[in-house]
Design a protein around this ligand. Structure first.
Ligand code: ATP
Length: 382
């Protein structure tokens, strides 16, 4: 096994804007790395450059301590697991897994030992005589992974392997892939446009936008400390709310009133004029169910719609972003593929909340969790 170190990787198609623009990502040996971002951000191009299906315009692609820029795909010892798993329908599970060993002219004994060991790890040993057509989606995925294991590849690469599946199967397969990757401890790079997949699977996640790496961090770090507006809006569901804000002393003026924030945060944002505050739906609550000792601030607002989901409820509060931040939020909506950020506040309430549609409700906000962004650069100042 080996780590994959991408150093200042650039990919240009023709003379246009680079599809991948000076990206550096160090995937550690055994790490599960996710490349995530909206359509066209360059994630598939990056993966294809790791495998060798795409030339690298500049930068160094290192696998272990070897520079592989000029190495043919077959000499990189990586295993790509495709969306459709690329299994041979007329071959049994056994022969599908054995395929790369047969190509390499391994002895029957070696084939047998390796196929049996891999199928045991993957819990496929009872299905070795079946054909792919008679397997579940999860089993097929495991056969594809088995083929990668017997090759003793240095790393697994996945390109949106779950995007054709329905939501339930996708959830099952997600936990299956996570479990296997941990068990095998094999370096993995996984491309997706789905932030939930990224958050649940990755040891670390690289968030890309228009070819540029926005942030490389653990899922928790991305959620708690997004580096900029784009990452803040992309990670988390429902997405973070964005509101105009101005800071004076430790007080932040928001459309629904002023709240106090911790002094260290305020100091980093004061004197910068109009900012964009970011508050996750989960950092609001129905004031009547909040523990009195919890620090925060309350405000009153008219709730237009309530979606009750059992353990929580989403309340929608209409609001109009002022002209000063409209264009910034509009651009962000485009980058995030059309979420409307300018017309409503989404707050998550406890499922026991009695707030109903049309109520003027008292809403609590956890002021320590408020982020403040520079509206021009998008940088998170807090
Ligand atoms: P998607 O999720 O839609 O596949 P992606 O994030 O994987 O998107 P890429 O496929 O890597 O994005 O594409 C990145 C950019 O490079 C896009 O602007 C795309 O149009 C461009 N691009 C990709 N392949 C080529 C190509 N063969 N020739 C020219 N431009 C390309």
């Amino acid at each position: 096994m080996a780590g994959i170190d991408m150093r200042n990787i650039v990919k240009k198609y023709g003379d246009g804007f680079p599809a991948v623009n000076d990206v550096s990502i160090d995937v550690q040996d055994g790490e599960f790395m996710i490349l995530v971002g909206p359509s066209g951000c360059g994630k598939s191009t990056l993966l294809r450059m790791i495998v060798g299906l795409e030339d690298i315009t500049s930068g160094d692609m290192m696998i272990g301590d070897k520079r592989v820029n000029d190495l043919a795909p077959r000499d990189r010892n990586l295993a790509m697991v495709f969306q459709n798993y690329a299994l041979y329908p007329h071959l049994t599970v056994y022969e599908n897994i054995a395929f790369p060993l047969r190509l390499a002219k391994a002895s029957d004994q070696e084939v047998d030992e390796k196929v049996r060991a891999a199928s045991k790890t993957l819990e496929l040993d009872e299905h070795l005589e079946r054909k792919p057509g008679n397997l579940s989606g999860g089993q097929r995925q495991r056969v594809a992974m088995g083929r990668a294991i017997v090759r003793e590849a240095d790393a697994f690469l996945f390109d949106e392997p779950l995007s054709n599946l329905d939501a339930k199967l996708r959830g099952q397969m997600r936990s299956e892939i996570a479990r296997l990757q941990k068990r095998l401890g094999i370096t993995t790079v996984y491309v997706t446009h789905d932030q939930t997949e990224a958050m649940t699977l990755g040891d670390r996640v690289a968030v890309l936008k228009r070819g540029i790496l926005q942030q490389l961090a653990t899922p928790r770090e991305l959620y708690d400390n997004p580096g900029n507006l784009f990452v803040a809006g992309f990670i988390g569901s429902p997405p973070m709310n964005f509101l105009p804000a101005t800071v004076e002393g430790t007080s932040v003026k928001l459309p629904f009133g002023s709240v106090e924030i911790p002094a260290d945060k305020a100091a980093r944002a004061e004197g910068r004029g109009l900012l964009i505050a970011g508050i996750r739906p989960g950092d609001f609550e129905d004031a009547s169910v909040v523990d009195q000792d919890t620090t925060g601030s309350t405000f009153r607002a008219t709730v237009e719609v309530v979606e009750w989901l059992g353990n929580e409820a989403y309340a929608y509060i209409p609001f109009e972003a002022p002209p000063e931040v409209q264009s910034q939020l509009q651009e962000l909506e485009r980058d995030l593929d059309g979420e409307s950020l300018r017309t409503q506040l989404v707050v998550s309430l406890d499922g026991s909340s009695t707030v109903r549609e049309g109520d003027e409700a008292e809403i609590w906000v956890n002021t320590a969790k408020i982020h403040l962004f520079d509206p021009t650069t998008g940088e998170n100042l807090t």
